[in-house]
Unconditional design. Sequence first.
Length: 327
Amino acid sequence: MKQLILILFLATISLNVSAQSKPKMYFTDTSGNDIFIAKDPVVVKFKGRYLMYYSKQMFQNKNDGMQGWNIGIAESSDLYNWKKIAEIKPQAAYEQRGLCAPGAILRGGKVHLFYQTYGNGPKDALCHAWSADGVNFTRDETNPIFFPTGDWTNGRAIDAEIYQYKDRYFLYFATRDKAGEIQKQGVAVAPSSTNFKKDDWQQASNNSILEPELAWEGKCIEGASIIKRNNKLYMFYAGSYNNMPQQIGVAVSSDGVKWKRLSDKPFLANGRPGSWNSSESGHPCIYEDDNGDTYLFYQGNDDKGKTWYLSNLKIGWNRKGPYIIGE
């Protein structure tokens, strides 16, 4: 009897520790058969509710992890508890191998979504669509709207991020070097009057605006997310490839093109062994709520990418820049 009581007691402790190790927001997509994956979040508040767009996987291909992706949509009333409400599935010919990694902006009573084709290697490019309800999207007839050119890139564009600053729209993206080994950040610009069509976008630089240099950044910088504070732009970015581990850094700019790191260490590191994000804390989305509060959404897992979950942390600001408040 004493042994049974001890076993039950230890089991209770184990369950409590497990529950405590999970963050307040702990969301994944469970609609695929035995697939628990949600990645690459972006959040907007539209018509009274929070909407989160994210990458999800419909099926898994052991030989090619770039197959089977589309975009999920979830809603929330508090930024912590999310319910999936819809999906954006491949529709146009250029999306047939997949689409994912959305960025979003509100303009003219619509959600404008910027996303990438996926599964085409160096030919993946950025696309644009819009919606009056945040769920049903109309594709831009000029898609794909952007891919980079020049000796510094292999022509690939992924991880779209859109931000308006000083009468221009900045379209941030990740690309790779000619060998396809080093992932790095680039940016294109369009005038404030743009309708986001293909002809409106021009490269703001014929080189990378941020590429891996620090040891923890490995061979990859991707997933830029932008916010304005202290009359400057701050870029939250993912350093190193998935599960290497991927961690989050911050850079600052006064013009949106030239960037300087705030630190040589990650702003948000992967978790300790045994934690839900021990394999990585990656692909950030910095979101500003109506009241000015800011939240850092990000992806993590503890099994080297067999699953992926999304969470967030509240972020504070001072003269030096951002700092983590917590859940």
